[in-house]
Design a protein around this ligand. Structure first.
Ligand SMILES: *[C@@H]1O[C@H](CO)[C@@H](O)[C@H](O)[C@H]1NC(C)=O
Ligand SMILES: *[C@@H]1O[C@H](CO)[C@@H](O)[C@H](O)[C@H]1NC(C)=O
Ligand SMILES: *[C@@H]1O[C@H](CO)[C@@H](O)[C@H](O)[C@H]1NC(C)=O
Ligand SMILES: *[C@@H]1O[C@H](CO)[C@@H](O)[C@H](O)[C@H]1NC(C)=O
Ligand SMILES: *[C@@H]1O[C@H](CO)[C@@H](O)[C@H](O)[C@H]1NC(C)=O
Ligand SMILES: *[C@@H]1O[C@H](CO)[C@@H](O)[C@H](O)[C@H]1NC(C)=O
Length: 436
């Protein structure tokens, strides 16, 4: 029995027509040969076994290979627009794959915000932004990502063209997905979804499924390190303030983050929304934000207040003035961390700010902002994981608030995401029903 003969065998009844199978088979052949020729190698502790493939390794190789043979995939177009839209669209792509009982092929995200000019979209692979292995381990049994190199037959593809426009209703969209989970489509190795931004429009999944996907998104190490730097800097200035104040020095000073949307673009947008929904609780002036944040009960002052603001406001000194005594406002510039952001494209800058808001001891945002809403969804999920029972208790750990809604004692209203929501509508379009 020589290697050549061995290679031509069918491997456990499977014809050897793919490279990974051949590799596994070859490894098995080598081992079998070795076992036949040098039986003493097995079970002999005196020999360094590190250099040999063990039986267990082969089992793993064979299993993962057989598993891969059965795997079917969903491919999606590049995911675009702002960080929040990209996260939502990515989650929808995952949940679509889950519904079709398939693995999502790692999509491209967009590093830049210039969505109108296609050549400026700067595609960037998912694993350059979020940790691929970590995603799969955290989301195991729920959704999984695969590499394009896992696809065995690149021509075994069927296209699923998503419709658009008024007549393409949410029901039709779902009906189409259901069709593709059945014969004859289910036998194709890859379902390639095509269409214009197919994941920005229709939503078929409950809020808690989105929360589960978002939980598995962990930024790549070097971006996390940058977020760590910003958070440490914020805590450092808080600690200095406490020390100067004569308070006991803390190992880690708490901080408050305010996602302060008062830039001109937002003001125009929110006035339009107020007109459209006929409500007046969407736009908050900077004075209103400062006043309501100042009325939050139980804040241990002095405390650093990180202002997550649009870059255009970094030149506006007035956002740093007018805060209640004990609240120490800082933005990127005053913290001296602008350089950390500046060296990175848009998507990462936004992701770092998101992380800073997520980790804040207290977060205050606008309930009509998608960014704020996603932060609160994430924070709510964290509280649920920590088994905090009454999410709306006034003294809850890790509270979030909406400054555009009036709460107790003229403060902002306590805010948690409603995990029983049957879709993400309230997060995508904003809401004043914030379930506290
Ligand atoms: C999902 O796919 C796996 C293999 O890819 C198969 O074993 C399983 O039965 C499928 N489940 C459903 C509900 O179709
Ligand atoms: C995906 O496959 C390519 C080519 O085989 C490889 O370079 C890359 O590291 C893989 N990525 C992951 C996240 O496994
Ligand atoms: C790949 O898929 C195509 C289309 O389904 C099929 O015609 C072809 O035989 C497949 N090739 C292999 C090597 O399985
Ligand atoms: C799904 O399949 C049914 C039956 O084949 C068909 O009537 C219907 O139009 C399909 N739906 C969509 C959205 O393609
Ligand atoms: C807007 O709401 C107010 C009260 O909240 C109501 O009196 C008014 O009729 C509404 N306007 C429209 C156009 O619906
Ligand atoms: C949460 O959402 C569910 C489903 O939409 C709804 O029935 C419930 O009233 C909501 N809870 C709160 C507190 O808003």
């Amino acid at each position: 029995m020589d290697l050549l003969q061995c290679k031509q065998l069918r491997f456990f009844g499977i014809p050897l027509n793919c490279l990974p199978c051949k590799c596994v088979a070859l490894a098995v052949c080598v081992l079998l040969l070795r076992a036949l020729m040098f039986p003493a190698f097995f079970g002999n502790n005196g020999i360094d076994q590190k250099n040999f493939l063990g039986i267990r390794d082969i089992e793993i190789l064979v299993n993962s290979d057989l598993h891969r043979r059965n795997q079917k995939f969903v491919e999606v177009p590049q995911i675009i627009w702002g960080l929040n839209n990209q996260k939502i669209a990515f989650a929808r792509a995952c949940l679509t794959a889950r519904m079709l009982n398939r693995t999502l092929l790692m999509p491209s995200l967009s590093a830049s915000l210039f969505y109108k000019e296609v050549d400026l979209l700067q595609p960037i692979l998912f694993d350059k932004v979020f940790q691929f292995e970590k995603f799969n381990s955290l989301c195991e049994g729920f959704v999984q990502l695969a590499n394009f190199s896992d696809v065995l037959n690149r021509t075994d593809v069927v296209e699923l063209e998503k419709g658009s426009g008024r007549r393409w209703t949410i029901e039709r969209d779902f009906d189409q997905l259901r069709n593709f989970s059945k014969k004859p489509y289910d036998s194709y190795e890859v379902i390639r979804i095509v269409g214009k931004n197919p994941f920005l429009w229709h939503d078929h999944w409950p809020a808690k499924d989105y929360a589960k996907v978002f939980e598995c998104l962990v930024l790549v190490e070097d971006v996390l390190r940058d977020a760590d730097k910003v958070v440490s800097r914020i805590r450092e200035v808080g600690k200095e303030a406490k020390t100067n104040d004569g308070s006991q020095s803390l190992l880690s000073a708490p901080y408050v983050a305010v996602h302060m949307r008062v830039e001109k673009d937002w003001m125009i947008h929110c006035k339009n929304l107020e007109r459209k929904f006929n409500i007046t609780e969407i736009c908050s002036s900077k004075e209103q934000i400062m006043e309501r944040v100042g009325n939050i009960k139980g804040l241990d002052t002095p405390v650093t207040v990180y202002l997550a603001v649009a870059d255009s406001l970094l030149e506006d000194k007035s956002i740093l003035g007018g805060w209640k005594e004990g609240l120490l406002p800082f933005e990127k510039k005053k913290l001296g961390v602008v350089d950390i952001y500046k060296q990175r494209p848009y998507l990462f800058q936004s992701a770092i700010d998101y992380e800073v808001c997520l980790r804040a001891d207290v977060f205050i945002g606008n309930s009509f902002s998608t960014f704020s809403s996603l932060v609160v969804l994430d924070r709510t999920q964290k509280m649920i994981n920590m088994a905090i029972s009454d999410l709306c208790a006034p003294s809850v750990r890790w509270p979030s608030y909406a400054y555009n809604l009036l709460g107790e004692s003229n403060g902002p209203r306590l805010w948690v995401a409603n995990m029983s929501d049957s879709n993400l509508q309230s997060i995508s379009y904003g809401s004043n029903q914030i379930s506290c």
